[in-house]
Design a protein around this ligand. Structure first.
Ligand code: ADP
Ligand code: MG
Length: 454
């Protein structure tokens, strides 16, 4: 019996004591086992619409209350009839590790509640996100999530969207990064296609806006966003916003907006403690496609102690370790792992010791912006999706701190002076000629600034 069946059995036992014999026999007796578990929901197959409606109307809240009592993480039951089941192959389960999968509204299907590891640092944010997902528009509007880079804001926000879509595929969810919104608005001004803009942003039920701090300084965009916010808010449409800082500390965002953000509920995500980081590694390991599912505890602890402030980097380190040990046919122990992580650790140490100028922050922000790992940013891979961010990061460090090219080279896996020089010149040139490039770099600079002010 799996854990969901066990849980259901416990609940059935309670229900039997709570309700009359007839009710129990009619409604619950036939439901011996659960069907499946997916994204925070346990599905139970029921024989008819009639039974389904009866359960939903009369017993569901009791059942979910019992589920909370017996299960340590938030979980809900969903009763479905056969015809509602989606054919298995179209189901997206994180366990199968299908990589990035996109759903309507720009959602990444891999960001779900059930692969979000909960600990002290994110417990409250997680709980509130679950509640909001469960009753959009009714619990907290907007839900405002803030925290540093790589701590799971985007993941949590998209989990809300994915959960809502799981509940009701007809809900219109829209996920947008604040820079995407800025760009859409700029296009609107250029082409005057108000209808397109409005149909994209207004005909929706749930709006998820990621990294709102990027709107700092973009006054016209903020005014448009303000209108949109009010429009959706008036109709009780759920809005979720993420940021790297509390609304009251946002720079160059009009108070009209920040005060709106404070009307709802603000939650924050902190850096996970060691135990929590180890748990995250374990969970990633269980879902990695590699054959290694068992790593000695001291090794996990070593990795988790080396990467403290950013979960994306932590994940990247684990991937690197697995790959390195597999391809070199090494045992997984502290020595081999140390060897595998040496280039990353060396860079970290160097940038720590150079001074407190946060070169690694620039690297983090750039890799985050392009959705690549820190390791790939500073690594040797020659794919264009790594080269551009790498060059931009070099350029930003140079223009900001004006340290020697050679020193910058050491921050990027010991590259030589001429490589860095060429990269900086190229980006400098590109910015002058290519408006999109300029927008990208400006956006990154804003992120770095907001990061540093924290
Ligand atoms: P942010 O938006 O705060 O910069 P992300 O949501 O992009 O951070 O998270 C960075 C990476 O770390 C993602 O791959 C995400 O899945 C992972 N991650 C973050 N928090 C958790 C968590 N609590 N459990 C599991 N994975 C997490
Ligand atoms: Mg993010």
């Amino acid at each position: 019996m799996n854990i969901y069946d066990q849980l259901w059995q416990k609940i059935l036992n309670d229900l039997e004591l709570t309700f009359s014999e007839e009710t129990f026999a009619d409604v619950f007796e036939p439901l011996k086992s659960t069907h499946k578990y997916s994204n925070g929901h346990i599905y139970v197959l029921v024989p008819s619409e009639f039974i389904k409606n009866r359960i939903n109307r009369l017993y569901l809240s009791k059942i979910n209350e019992l589920a909370l009592k017996y299960h340590h993480e938030a979980i809900r039951f969903k009763f479905v009839v056969e015809s509602e089941l989606v054919p298995e192959e179209t189901l997206i389960s994180p366990e199968r590790n299908l990589g990035l999968k996109y759903r309507p509204g720009n959602l990444n299907a891999t960001y779900t509640f059930d692969n979000f590891v909960v600990g002290k640092s994110n417990m409250f944010a997680f709980r509130m996100a679950m509640k909001v997902a469960d009753q959009p528009g009714a619990v907290a509007n907007p839900l405002y999530i803030f925290g540093d880079v790589g701590l799971g804001k985007t993941h949590l926000m998209q989990a809300i969207g994915n959960y809502i879509l799981d509940e009701d595929i007809n809900q219109k969810v829209l996920y947008v990064k604040a820079d995407g919104f800025i760009e859409d608005f700029a296009n609107l001004l250029k082409r005057e296609r108000m209808e397109d803009f409005n149909s994209k942003y207004r005909e929706i039920d749930i709006l998820l806006v990621d990294d709102i701090q990027i709107m700092g300084g973009a006054t016209k965009t903020q005014m448009e966003f303000f209108k949109l916010f009010d429009y959706l808010y008036q109709q009780n449409k759920q809005i979720v916003i993420t940021s790297d800082k509390p609304a009251s500390e946002l720079k160059n965002i009009m108070t009209r907006l920040t005060s709106r953000f404070e009307v709802g509920l603000t939650v924050d995500i902190q850096v996970p403690d060691l135990e929590h980081r180890i748990e995250i590694l374990k969970r990633k390991l269980a879902t990695e496609s590699s054959d290694i599912h068992d790593i000695p505890n001291n090794v996990l602890e070593f990795i988790a102690s080396s990467f403290v402030t950013n979960i994306r980097e932590l994940e990247g380190a684990l991937k690197r370790v697995l790959f390195y040990c597999l391809t070199n046919n090494l045992d997984l122990n502290v020595e081999s792992v140390n060897e595998a992580l040496e280039p990353l650790l060396k860079t970290k140490r160097k940038s720590d010791s150079l001074n407190e100028n946060n070169y690694d922050k620039i690297q983090s922000v750039v890799s985050d912006f392009y959705g690549i790992t820190l390791e790939d940013l500073i690594g040797k891979k020659r794919h264009s999706k790594y080269i551009l961010p790498r060059h931009i990061a070099m350029y930003l460090i140079k223009s900001r701190y004006n340290i020697p090219y050679k020193t910058i080279g050491t921050l990027f896996g010991d590259r030589d002076h001429s490589t860095v020089l060429a990269a900086c010149e190229k980006i400098d040139n590109d910015i002058k000629q290519d408006a999109t490039m300029k927008l990208a770099v400006d956006t990154i600079v804003k992120k770095i600034d907001s990061f540093n002010k924290n």
